[in-house]
Design a protein around this ligand. Structure first.
Ligand code: B1M
Length: 211
């Protein structure tokens, strides 16, 4: 039985070739896909915690997320075969008028790392595109990112559009440098996360409350 701790470690340290080789090795040794996935998700949770404590920074988080992504791709056929589904579907994007995507990409990667299916709409996304995608995919979560004070109002417009569309089961998480909890409360978003790791914790807690 291969040691899945090595796989977790390879993901945490962003050693993607090792992570993929260890994933393939575990598959060959018939380790259950769920156990392999759990080792990956645990690794990304640890990465998130270290990021929150400023023990690691954006570059380390990005390389860990890349190792996770490639290992997940290697595991995908087994996940499908075992009927293991993502825990939630999430639509993410940067709001209308805003082209910044580094923070949004980090949130998308961390959500993937938590075994969410992520539909990334990119940048400069109009409110109606968020609504269409949330409906089409039956998303439980919508993540909105804004980096400019001038594009923050587009978060409110998007939240209003999601509510007007009657997407009551969809929880809206917002974030980005100028965004605050106070703003989230003011515009009726379901939650605000200051960073990508907190966005995982927040999304999980919103999903539990909604269940
Ligand atoms: Co822009 N820009 N920029 N820029 N840019 C800022 C944001 C700015 C603060 C720089 C400055 O003046 N000091 C300033 C905004 C000022 C303001 O609004 N108050 C600014 C400006 C003015 C502009 C332009 C208007 C400049 C111009 O053209 N005159 C222009 C706007 C273009 C547009 O969007 N329409 C512009 C353009 C650009 C580039 C294209 C050159 C480039 C973006 C490249 C890209 O994203 N692909 C860029 C960059 C790189 C920056 C800075 C330097 C870095 C942003 C970044 O990626 N940070 C930025 C200054 C700065 O922040 N130091 C700046 C790293 C990233 C990991 O952090 O995105 O905050 P961040 O994400 C964090 C959290 O906020 C959170 O998680 C992440 C950490 O884990 N988070 C979420 C983010 N989204 C979340 C969503 C969530 C939860 C958490 O839930 C869904």
């Amino acid at each position: 039985m291969p040691d899945l701790g090595n796989l977790s470690e390879a993901i945490k340290t962003g050693k993607r070739d090792d992570a993929v080789a260890l994933t393939r090795g575990a598959i060959e040794e018939n380790v259950p896909a769920q156990d392999i996935l759990d080792a990956m998700v645990t690794a990304m949770d640890d990465v998130g915690q270290k990021f929150q404590c400023n023990e690691i920074f954006v570059p380390e988080m990005l390389i860990a997320a890349r190792a996770m992504k490639e290992s997940m791709a290697a595991l995908e056929p087994q996940l499908v075969e075992a009927g293991i589904k993502p825990v939630a579907k999430a639509v993410v994007g940067t709001v209308s008028g805003d082209l910044h995507d580094i923070g949004k990409n980090l949130v998308a990667m961390m959500w993937k790392g938590a075994n969410f299916e992520v539909i990334d709409l990119g940048t400069n996304v109009a409110p109606e595109k968020f609504v269409e995608a949330a409906k089409e995919h039956g998303a439980e979560l919508v993540g909105l990112s804004a980096l400019l004070t001038t594009t923050m109002p587009a978060i409110k417009t998007t939240v209003d559009a999601i509510k007007a569309a009657g997407l009551d089961v969809t929880k809206v998480v917002i974030g980005g440098a100028p965004v605050t909890q106070e703003y989230a409360d003011q515009i009726g978003a379901d939650g605000y996360a200051p960073d990508a790791a907190s966005a995982v914790e927040l999304a999980r807690s919103l999903l539990v409350k909604a269940a």
